[in-house]
Design a protein around this ligand. Structure first.
Ligand SMILES: Nc1ncnc2c1ncn2[C@@H]1O[C@H](COP(=O)(O)OP(=O)(O)O)[C@@H](O)[C@H]1O
Ligand SMILES: [Mg+2]
Length: 143
């Protein structure tokens, strides 16, 4: 079994947090899938916004909580899924979310726990701890 590579970062404020996300984003390639875990308000959407900004430029992300899937055209294309409101396999089939996972896109997934079977084994895992105005602890695990 290959060793998983795990890195940690601590972000004292949103600007610092976004810099960590931007640096991470520059290591991504088309076909990469990034799962973001952590409680409501931890910073998952903030992380994706900073990552998309670093990858494609512009201010692109609004919270997709009510749309499940936001697609950002570019090179590479970025798909941002938020599975918070997914309630089961039926939802996943109806929404066609598996179509988001293509070789020519980077995919970010908030609330991956809602659909564990949707994600490839190669998924990179970002876990965020912290809430409110306190610092955030980030763990990034690469299989
Ligand atoms: N150190 C910090 N790092 C990241 N976000 C922070 C920090 N301190 C406060 N925040 C705030 O926490 C909120 C995180 O919200 P959001 O990214 O929508 O969370 P989630 O998508 O995990 O529910 C943002 O309003 C952000 O400005
Ligand atoms: Mg969110």
């Amino acid at each position: 079994m290959l060793a998983m590579r795990v890195t940690h970062a601590r972000a004292s404020d949103p600007a610092h947090f976004s810099r960590v996300a931007a640096e991470f984003a520059k290591t991504l390639r088309a076909g990469d899938v990034v799962a973001l875990s952590g409680p409501l308000g931890a910073g998952k959407t903030t992380f994706v916004a900073a990552a998309v900004h670093a990858l494609l430029g512009g201010d692109l992300v609004t919270s997709p909580t009510f749309t499940f899937w936001h697609r950002y055209e570019g090179a590479p294309m970025v798909n941002h899924l938020d599975l918070y409101r997914v309630e089961g396999p039926h939802d996943l089939a109806t929404l066609g979310l598996e179509d988001a996972f293509t070789d020519d896109a980077i995919v970010f997934v908030e609330w991956p726990e809602r659909a564990p079977d949707l994600l490839p084994a190669s998924t990179l895992r970002v876990t965020i701890q912290g809430a409110g105005d306190s610092p955030r602890e980030l763990e990034i695990a690469r299989p």
